[in-house]
Design a protein around this ligand. Structure first.
Ligand SMILES: *[C@@H]1O[C@H](CO)[C@@H](O)[C@H](O)[C@H]1NC(C)=O
Ligand SMILES: *[C@@H]1O[C@H](CO)[C@@H](O)[C@H](O)[C@H]1NC(C)=O
Ligand SMILES: *[C@@H]1O[C@H](CO)[C@@H](O)[C@H](O)[C@H]1NC(C)=O
Ligand SMILES: *[C@@H]1O[C@H](CO)[C@@H](O)[C@H](O)[C@H]1NC(C)=O
Length: 401
């Protein structure tokens, strides 16, 4: 299965080089270990060093069944970095096997060994390690190629997912045409491609105002909001992840979210039955995050946070029997209660009082032994919310008088 995947995938020159470099690194480093370990006996090193010639090494992954295919495959599954690839090459060279192969081979002089190592070093320099920018260009060219297979497209996306993690790489993405290609793939016919594209966009824009604003410039939020309605929990979750990353601490993004009717999408996730619980938790978490931002920045950019119907859909979540979800919902209500833009009477009309009371009863009766402690913590939070609500009601009455 793994082999088949490796074989059918199209291999670019640079990927081939990567494989060769990884194999070479193993060749170069191992003789040192063996030679040092064996004192005068360097025969094992000789066998290893002469076992393959350069031509074979460079095209090593094409011999099938060799280390190359495995490297290629693991890379597709995500070598985090070139370093990890080198680690793999080193880890997969078995000294015992080498020793066995060395049986009966005459000694290699120190000079020979040195010469051999210089040759390999030269070869490595000739091959050149590709930069992250080179790798991104290759992946982006794949995305830009409409005749590429779905598997290759998915693999290019997986590579970008790793590559955009360092902030400098994320900053280069737009310059290399990556954002346009990724945003285009949000409309791909294949669900997995759409999902991974959203994931990469989210990862690239996380805590990165430059990339956030570049993506907003392309108007990608509208499409992501639509994806939030997807029936596939995975697709909706990754869309929500990308949206969160794009509008976090970003006033422009939050305005766009409001404009694109993002609140209706959030509400859809909150109130629909049969929606994945993890997705609902993510949506509640986003509400808390947005409310906290509004609280800390003093902006009032998101009217939907104080909309009565929206507040009701949040409060109603407390009736779901999931301790973790209930805790997240309580945190959201706590932040929403603190907003000066929300009305205590709106919470009152959602029956917040009796919902909190019923939750208290449930927390006391329901928990099994192992959930007791957690239930206690959630109950403390419940009391805190109750208190905040009472005070907000009092404040409201004072102002009304
Ligand atoms: C050198 O290594 C070979 C192969 O492992 C072994 O047969 C031989 O006894 C070793 N010689 C010395 C001097 O250690
Ligand atoms: C696009 O992909 C196809 C199929 O993999 C390949 O044959 C072709 O050379 C690629 N085109 C470009 C411009 O890279
Ligand atoms: C994508 O392909 C088009 C032509 O098909 C080309 O004009 C554009 O420069 C390419 N973009 C990237 C990033 O390769
Ligand atoms: C937002 O979405 C809701 C629910 O789909 C819809 O009723 C409402 O008209 C939409 N508002 C705008 C401004 O698009």
């Amino acid at each position: 299965m793994a082999m088949a995947r490796a074989r059918c995938s199209r291999q670019s020159d640079t990927r081939r080089r990567l494989v060769a470099v990884a194999v070479l690194a193993g060749v170069l480093l191992l003789p040192v270990a063996v030679a040092e370990g064996e004192g005068e006996n360097r025969s094992a090193a000789r066998q290893w060093a002469t076992g393959k010639d350069e031509g074979e090494l460079v095209s090593g992954e094409e011999s099938g069944g060799g280390g190359g295919s495995v490297v290629e495959d693991e890379f597709a599954g995500g070598f985090g970095s070139l370093d990890s690839m080198l680690q793999w090459a080193i880890g997969n060279s078995d000294p015992e096997k080498l020793k066995e192969q060395a049986e009966g081979v005459q000694k290699l002089s120190a000079d020979d060994l040195l010469k051999r190592r210089m040759e390999i070093k030269e070869l490595m320099e000739k091959l050149k390690m590709p930069s992250d920018a080179d790798l991104m260009k290759i992946a982006i060219a794949d995305l830009n190629n409409s005749s590429i297979s779905v598997q290759d497209r998915q693999r290019a996306l997986q590579e970008l997912l790793v590559l955009v993690e360092p902030i400098d790489n994320a900053n280069d993405l737009d310059k290399l045409g990556g954002l346009v290609a990724l945003i285009q793939d949000l409309n791909n016919a294949n669900e997995e491609i759409r999902t991974t594209s959203a994931w990469v966009l989210g990862k690239a824009s996380q805590n990165n105002a430059l990339v956030q604003n570049q993506i907003h410039g392309y108007g990608a939020l509208a499409r992501l909001v639509k994806m939030g309605y997807a029936t596939s929990a995975e697709e909706a979750a990754k869309a929500l992840y990308a949206i969160s990353a794009l509008i976090r601490d970003n006033v422009n993004g939050q305005e766009a979210f409001q404009l694109e009717n993002g609140s209706a999408m959030l509400q859809h996730i909150l109130v629909s039955n049969g929606v994945d619980l993890r997705l609902q938790k993510k949506a509640v978490f986003l509400v808390t995050d947005l409310a906290d931002f509004q609280l800390n920045s003093g902006t009032s950019g998101l009217p939907f946070l104080s909309d009565r119907v929206f507040l009701k859909s949040v409060v109603d979540m407390l009736s779901k029997f999931d301790l973790d979800l209930q805790e997240k919902v309580l945190l959201a209500i706590k932040s929403l209660l603190k907003l000066s833009s929300t009305e205590a009477t709106d919470f009152q009309s959602c029956d917040l009082d009796s919902v909190l009371y019923r939750l208290g009863v449930q927390l006391e009766e329901l928990p099994s032994e192992e959930q007791k402690e957690y239930a206690g913590e959630v109950d403390d939070l419940r009391r805190e919310v109750q208190m905040l609500f009472k005070n907000k009601l009092k404040e409201g009455t004072k102002i009304a008088l």
